[in-house]
Design a binder for this molecule. Structure first.
Ligand code: 5GP
Length: 181
């Protein structure tokens, strides 16, 4: 493995992430105003964000999980979204909150939103992403809730992996591009 833990520079600390999650959650608590929500965590990357976010939400909530992949083991998107496991309960008439780690090209978000709109007549669909990397965006997708804007960096930690590693970090960091080639 080329990237060692000591190569990863902190971009957002644990404190910054947790503070921002509380702010996003309070916007959501206000918006949903006690209505039931189906939160859909997009595995694997959103696992940490979704877990911390739902703990701050105060409405009746069902926590669902789907698994999509677009990166494989590379550090740039393949441009093709794979639905590894997209089994969902009946979302007709429900408030659906999709929880993602990062919107990059937006292809994953578009795939998922199209899937939900094609299969269900929901009450509402909102898209939350901890990170928003606009520089390579290929779709019109804008998250309804967003934690931090990021530029052209490959981010690692807090759910985001480098070749399957480092999802367990409490912070979000990045490594020099030369190490990723
Ligand atoms: P998109 O379909 O928007 O291009 O990419 C979404 C997925 O690509 C994310 O859910 C995430 O898994 C992966 N991804 C995008 N940017 C990064 C990054 O900087 N680091 C890591 N580890 N994964 C990323």
């Amino acid at each position: 493995m080329k990237v060692q833990l000591s190569d990863i520079k902190v971009l957002f600390s644990e404190e910054q992430i947790q503070k921002r999650i509380k702010e996003i959650a309070s916007e959501m608590n206000e918006f949903y105003n006690g209505e039931e929500v189906y939160a859909v965590c997009v595995l694997k990357g959103a696992v940490m964000f979704a877990a911390d976010l739902v703990k701050c939400l105060n409405m009746p909530l069902r926590f669902e999980f789907i698994r999509l992949s677009s990166y494989g083991s590379a550090t740039t998107t393949s441009g093709k979204v794979n639905a590894v496991d997209i089994s969902l309960p009946d979302l007709n008439g429900k408030n659906v909150l999709i929880i993602e780690d990062i919107v990059d090209t937006g292809l994953t978000a578009k795939f998922l939103l199209d899937f939900i709109h094609c299969n269900f007549k929901t009450k509402s669909v909102k898209f939350a992403s901890l990170l928003d990397k606009k520089i390579f965006r290929q779709t019109e997708i804008e998250p309804d809730y967003m934690g931090f804007h990021v530029d052209d960096k490959f981010l690692i930690g807090y759910g985001l992996d480098y070749d399957g590693y480092y999802r367990n970090l409490r912070y979000i960091g990045y490594a020099d591009k030369s190490l990723l080639e």
